[in-house]
Write a protein that binds this ligand. Sequence first.
Ligand SMILES: *Cc1c(COP(=O)(O)O)cnc(C)c1O
Length: 412
Amino acid sequence: MADLVTNDPQIAAIIENETTRQEQGLNLIASENTVSRSVLAAQGSVLTNKYAEGYPARRYYGGCDFVDQAEDLAIARAKKLFHAPYANVQAHSGSQANMAVYFALLNPGDRILAMGLSHGGHLTHGAAASFSGRLFEFAHYGLTPDTEVIDMDQVADLAKSFKPRLIVAGASAYSRIIDFQAFAEIAASVHALFMVDMAHIAGLVAGGVHPTPVGYADVITSTTHKTLRGPRGGLILGSEDLAVKINAQIFPGIQGGPLMHVIAAKAVAFNEAMQPDFARYQQQVVANASVLADALMSRGYKLVSNGTDNHMVLMDLTDKPLTGKEAETRLGRAGITVNKNTVPNEKKGPFVTSGIRIGVPLITSRGMKPDAVQQIARLICDVLDDVAAVDRVASQVKDLCRQYPLYPGEVR
Ligand SMILES: *Cc1c(COP(=O)(O)O)cnc(C)c1O
């Protein structure tokens, strides 16, 4: 950092400001987390200097001995962590992991059945603005109107009538356990392939607090930076027989040189995720989300599906005099960061929305437990109930964050 301060004070100041923002703000974005110093060290290393197109021992560049070791370790650890026969650790992001799998298993124009965006699915699950929606034909399933859980009858019906070549399970905004076995049975019954996109829940799966898709899905994609608490990137798992096809679609199919510094950081994160502390962390995440859900509902706020089994809750503000966008902005002024989110049967569109998504992975990484979570729920409801509470809550948020440093023991 000392060199950066001298050589590029503008960027150094931006990093310093962002560090302060992260330290002093209450970040409840469900897809974010805070990585260890070890992950940061690997990601900020000289491995960024190395070109290594290809795969370990089969590179298009010389000098790859050490980065080969890093990638071999990352692969071995990913396989061990998830008990998967095959892993590709080169995808630059979750979206690229999905793109590579679609390209490996399907032809342009083929049919895919996935969760609808407004019900919690991801852009790469067939949004018109995404490559996925442009290149493939999608049908979408959603939630049941009453209980607001994934409508497995609808999945089965669409599987029969739409005849997809691939069925995708996985979501960006869904607070319940996903029944991978039921999906796998439906896929088998229509001779479709089955992919699980566990981008959000990979850490919960690794920590044993969400059932694993391994053994049910033909292929699994993920990010490494959400609940898994690694560097920003993607991951693909599957059976050995898909290895050649998927590897070839990542490189040279859709990517060039792999980000070896990120791959080394993934290896560090996978190792961290195999430690007993990590399972305890994930148990705490689920416990914290459950406490948050109960506390919000006891103040009269409705949650999609009336609660949570995982790391986040979806607040449905349809009956409140407040849009998702307004709630996001108002909470932001109080130092609480959430994101607006569509709710099932959204009437207000994706830029305004009628809901917010609230996640606890990051605050749990900071060491917060149910007492802090109770307090956070109170602060959220105070602000949403009454805009006049913003200033008072903002100062309480700062006090709370001071008690839970991002990197304990560090002098800044
Ligand atoms: C976050 C997410 C992705 C994409 O990850 P990026 O790294 O942002 O490209 C894909 N699928 C799901 C379900 C996600 O939640």
